[in-house]
Design a protein around this ligand. Structure first.
Ligand code: TMP
Length: 227
């Protein structure tokens, strides 16, 4: 059978405590291997009978995918940090309303490759906009939606760069240097420190097979607790 998230006790949403589904995000610097773990997680949870919806940011629906093409285009030059932050938030506003909210409200297991934490790490820390500014820009986009669980894949800048270069031509964000990558990482670490219950930190400097048990354990920790 495919129990979906209805395995959670029914009183949870009778009291209006929260949505019936789960919202789980995957975060990390470029080259951290997060997207590979994301695909494996989607297949693993589907095999276990969960009703999984998998999406990504920027993107996840046609309008947001168009914004993605533009914001990552390596030929686009001179984009200000403010413009960049607003474009990521615009894509998110569409994605939250068209995909994420409906999925969580319908009791699905919503997996997203990146969400708001990416904007804090990349635009607030990486681009050095202030965190309050980036949060303010995103307040309308996320409309108080927050992940139940965030898996954060951490990797040193040198290994990350090697992996990005192996992946082909770098996009507009990936071509930033090690100082930017270092600031992004510090941003993620600060976020994780502030919300230790939401974040699970995963050492990404290992093989795919070595990392996946940690991914699976983190997911089971949330969904088996609620079932
Ligand atoms: P991806 O390569 O994981 O698909 O992510 C696309 C790029 O966009 C990646 O370099 C991180 C960046 N990004 C931001 O800078 N801010 C954001 O809010 C999001 C969602 C992604």
């Amino acid at each position: 059978d495919r129990p979906g998230c209805s395995r959670r006790t029914s009183t949870d949403h009778l009291v209006g405590a929260r949505d019936p589904g789960y919202f789980i995000t995957f975060e990390g610097g470029d080259g951290s291997g997060k997207s590979t773990q994301f695909s494996l997680a989607r297949d693993y949870l589907t095999r276990r009978g969960w009703d999984v919806i998998a999406s990504r940011e920027p993107g996840g629906c046609p309008i947001a995918e168009k914004i993605r093409d533009f914001v990552l285009d390596a030929d686009v030059e001179g984009m200000t940090a403010e413009c960049e932050a607003l474009l990521y938030a615009a894509a998110r506003a569409q994605h939250v309303r068209e995909v994420i909210r409906p999925a969580v409200a319908a009791g699905k297991l919503m997996l997203c490759d990146r969400f708001l934490d990416s904007s804090i790490a990349f635009q607030a820390y990486g681009r050095e906009l202030t965190e309050p500014a980036v949060r303010q820009i995103n307040a309308l986009a996320v409309d108080k939606l927050s992940p139940d669980l965030t898996l954060l894949y951490l990797l040193d800048a040198k290994t990350a760069r090697e992996r990005v270069l192996r992946g082909g031509a770098p996009d507009r964000i990936e071509r930033e240097g090690d100082a930017f990558v270092g600031r992004v990482r510090r941003g993620y670490e600060a976020l994780a420190q502030r919300e230790p219950d939401r974040f699970v930190l995963i050492d990404a400097a290992r093989s795919i097979e070595e990392i996946f048990p940690d991914t699976a354990r983190a997911l089971s920790g949330l969904i088996d607790r609620g079932s």
